[in-house]
Design a protein around this ligand. Structure first.
Ligand SMILES: NC(=O)c1ccc[n+]([C@@H]2O[C@H](COP(=O)([O-])OP(=O)(O)OC[C@H]3O[C@@H](n4cnc5c(N)ncnc54)[C@H](O)[C@@H]3O)[C@@H](O)[C@H]2O)c1
Length: 260
C-alpha cells in the first residue's frame, strides 16, 4: 500500500472516471472522500468499504464555494488532512456554438472551469498548512485542441483548466510551496461516463462509442478508447512520492490521439 497516509478528495466521484479514481486510490491504501451531487457518490464509497477500504460519501456541488470549503473541512475531520485533490466533476454540454444559448455556455464554464477553481481554492489552505499536497485536475485533450464541432464551451472550459493548472503550479512552486504539485490529466475518448453517453452530432443524437467508432477511431494511433482505470492509474502515479518533481504538466492519456 503506497498511499496509506493520504486523504484524497475526489469531486465527481460518482461518475465514470471519478469512480475508477476513488477505487484505485482506496486500493493503494488512501482514505477517500468521494464527493458528487446529491447521493451520487454513495455507491462508490460503499463499494470501497465493502472491499475493506476507507471512504465516505459527501454531497457537494462544485458550483458552490461553501460546499467546497465544507468538503475540505470534512477531509481534515474524518482523515486528519487533505493530501490529494482530484477534480473529476464535469459536464459535456455538446452543441454548436450558435445553437446553444448563453446560459448553457455559462453552465459548462461554471462547472468545468470555475468548479475546478473552487475545489482548488478550498483545498489549498490545508495543503499549504501541511506544506504538501497533490492537485490533479481532469482536463481533456480538448483542453489542447478544438475537436471537430459541438465542443466549443467544453473545449474552452478545458483549455481554462489546463491554464489554471499550469498557473497554480507555477505560483505554488515559486512562492514557497514546492511540496504541492499541480498537474492535469488530459484523457482522450474514455469508455465510461460522458465518453459513452448520448451526445448531439450533425447526424442526430449518438452514443459516445458510436461517435468514437465513426469519427475519431482512425485518428487515434492505438485505434481504441481509453479505459477509466487507465485515467485512475495516471492520477495515482501523480500522487506517489516519487512523482514529487512533476508539476505544471498536462499528461495526455489518449492512445496517441493528440500527438498524431
Ligand atoms: N469520458 C471521457 O471520454 C472524458 C474525456 C476527457 C475528459 N473527461 C473528463 O473527465 C471528468 C469525468 O467525466 P466522466 O466521463 O466520468 O463523466 P460523468 O458524467 O460520468 O462524471 C461527471 C461527474 O461529475 C458530476 N457533476 C456534474 N456537475 C457537478 C457539480 N455541479 N458538482 C459536483 N459534481 C458534478 C456528475 O454528477 C458526474 O458524476 C470530466 O471532467 C470530463 O470532462 C472525460
Amino acid at each position: 500500500m503506497r498511499l496509506n497516509d493520504h486523504a484524497v478528495v475526489i469531486t465527481g466521484a460518482g461518475g465514470g472516471i471519478g469512480r475508477a479514481a476513488a477505487v484505485a486510490f482506496a486500493a493503494d491504501g488512501a482514505a477517500v472522500i468521494a464527493a458528487d451531487l446529491a447521493d451520487k457518490a454513495g455507491a462508490v464509497a460503499e463499494e470501497i468499504r465493502r472491499a475493506g477500504g476507507r471512504a465516505v460519501a459527501v454531497s457537494a456541488d462544485v458550483s458552490h464555494s461553501t460546499d467546497m470549503s465544507a468538503l475540505a473541512a470534512r477531509s481534515v475531520q474524518e482523515f486528519g488532512g487533505l493530501h490529494v485533490l482530484v477534480t473529476c466533476a464535469g459536464l459535456g454540454g455538446a452543441g454548436l456554438l450558435l445553437e446553444q444559448d448563453e446560459r448553457e455556455w455559462t453552465r459548462v464554464i461554471d462547472v468545468n472551469l470555475n468548479g475546478t477553481y473552487r475545489a482548488i481554492r478550498a483545498a489549498l489552505p490545508q495543503m499549504m498548512a501541511q506544506r504538501r499536497g497533490r492537485i490533479i485536475t481532469i482536463a481533456s485533450i480538448l483542453g489542447k485542441m478544438g475537436g471537430y464541432g459541438f465542443v466549443s464551451a467544453y473545449a474552452a472550459s478545458k483549455h481554462g483548466v489546463v491554464g489554471l493548472t499550469r498557473a497554480i503550479a507555477s505560483e505554488l512552486g515559486s512562492q514557497g510551496f514546492p511540496g504541492i504539485t499541480v498537474n492535469a490529466i488530459c484523457p482522450g475518448y474514455v469508455r465510461a461516463g460522458m465518453g459513452v453517453a448520448m451526445q448531439a452530432t450533425k447526424a442526430g443524437p449518438m452514443s459516445g462509442v458510436e461517435i468514437f467508432e465513426r469519427y475519431y477511431k482512425r485518428l487515434v494511433p492505438q485505434r481504441r478508447m481509453i479505459e477509466a482505470e487507465e485515467i485512475a492509474h495516471a492520477a495515482v502515479f501523480l500522487a506517489l512520492p516519487e512523482s514529487a518533481g512533476i508539476t505544471g504538466q498536462a499528461l495526455n492519456v489518449d492512445g496517441g490521439f493528440f500527438m498524431s
